[in-house]
Write a protein that binds this ligand. Structure first.
Ligand code: NAP
Length: 344
């Protein structure tokens, strides 16, 4: 099987991860890349400030970057990945879905819209069926699916595993890498020798997106989970990999062995980019660490450690690669699920 795919905003930090992950992909063939008007018409090699840790694949370097417009994308593209700035995506993505394209997007716009599935395949793949409601309501031939914010996606697979004990309250404090802010996001003068205890909008995203992801779909709408999530988000001077300290309180009493069992039972999917296991538990209390563990499972696994019982519930640390599992890899996995479920 070969599905022709394109990337909207393919020259940026997340776009470059898409290209790295699509190089040699078993089912997807990259045939179109779009970016801003400044880049359109240039070769990819010329347009992209390539910064990921492997060379630009030769076959990609010569691709001509296109305008981000449905007219500029070939008709034989079956699936589009989007890594546009959210303000741009808000305007542009509906133009593509109206034109009949299926879009798997990273951008934060529309994530909380009632008719837009927000999906982590191992957690709530069944929410994809909300696309029927979306197409009915919006009159689209295409479809729009979102993946959550990078800090949310690091934590939610662990919460989904613990929900068998009845999740009630979650507190989380994050240590987020600078790549999450994009190349121009945080200057070296701001972040070296420093921690910035604020990431605009991030705490609210963790609190609301988690409830939507853990919610149930009744055939017409998502009933959001009633778990209370309180987040405190910090930018730290690591390059890649978000580490998060979590305290989870559940209705049923659980101990660390119950949690280990739940994490071991987390589902693994038969999709090309799905890791196995989804959650890797470390027993050494000083792991996981961003530099050592962010590339586990090709950057798609969630690493967990530091399990302990505390008066505030089960405490643990979790880690994921923010531009792979938290961004490009997340959209890619959603794309694979869209194909498997017949939406592409
Ligand atoms: P970025 O490095 O700034 O890349 C943005 C991309 O969009 C580039 O290809 C850029 O093209 C293109 N673009 C900018 N303005 C445009 C316009 N007016 N029309 C068409 N294309 C335009 O951003 P990023 O860090 O890759 O993030 C992309 C999206 O993913 C954002 O919405 C971000 O919030 C989300 N996200 C990022 C992360 C992360 O860890 N970085 C994680 C999760 C989600 P040019 O090169 O031509 O300017």
């Amino acid at each position: 099987m070969s599905v022709n795919v394109g990337i909207l905003g393919g020259t940026g930090a997340v776009g470059q991860r898409f290209i790295q992950l699509l190089d040699g992909h078993s089912d997807f063939e990259l045939v179109a890349i779009t970016a801003s008007d400044d880049s359109a018409g240039k070769s990819y090699r010329e347009a992209a400030k390539w910064r990921v840790d492997s060379p630009i694949p030769d076959w990609v370097g010569d691709i001509e970057v296109r305008e981000t417009d449905p007219q500029a994308v070939p008709d034989d593209v079956d699936l589009l990945f989007s890594s546009l700035p959210s303000g741009v995506a808000e305007v542009v993505e509906p133009r593509f879905t109206e034109a009949g394209y299926v879009v798997s997007s990273n951008s934060s716009n529309s994530r909380m819209a009632d008719d837009v599935p927000l999906v982590i395949p191992e957690v709530n793949g069944e929410h994809l069926d909300l696309l029927e409601v979306q197409q009915d309501e919006r009159g689209w031939d295409g479809a729009l699916v979102k993946n959550p914010n990078c800090s949310t996606i690091t934590m939610v697979p662990t919460l989904a595993a613990l929900d068998r004990f009845g999740l009630e309250t979650v507190h989380v404090s994050t240590l987020q890498a600078v790549s999450g802010a994009g190349y121009d996001g945080v200057t070296s003068m701001e972040i070296i020798d420093n921690v910035i205890p604020h990431i605009g909008g991030e705490e609210l995203k963790m609190e609301t997106e988690s409830r939507k992801l853990l919610g149930s779909f009744d055939g017409t709408e998502i009933d959001h989970h009633d778990v209370n999530v309180s987040a405190s988000c910090n930018r730290v001077p690591t390059l890649d990999g978000h580490l998060e300290n979590v305290w989870a309180e559940t209705r049923k009493d659980i101990d660390t062995d119950d949690a280990r069992g739940a994490f071991a039972d987390a589902p693994t999917l038969d999709l090309p980019s799905a890791p196995d296991p989804l959650i890797e538990v470390f027993e050494n209390p000083d792991r996981p660490q961003p530099r050592l563990d962010r590339t586990l499972g090709g950057g798609m696994q969630i690493a967990v450690g530091g399990l302990q019982n505390t008066p505030s519930g089960l405490q643990y640390n979790c880690l994921a690669h923010n531009t792979i599992r938290g961004a490009a890899g997340a959209s890619l996995l959603n794309g694979e699920l869209l194909v498997r479920e017949g939406w592409v």
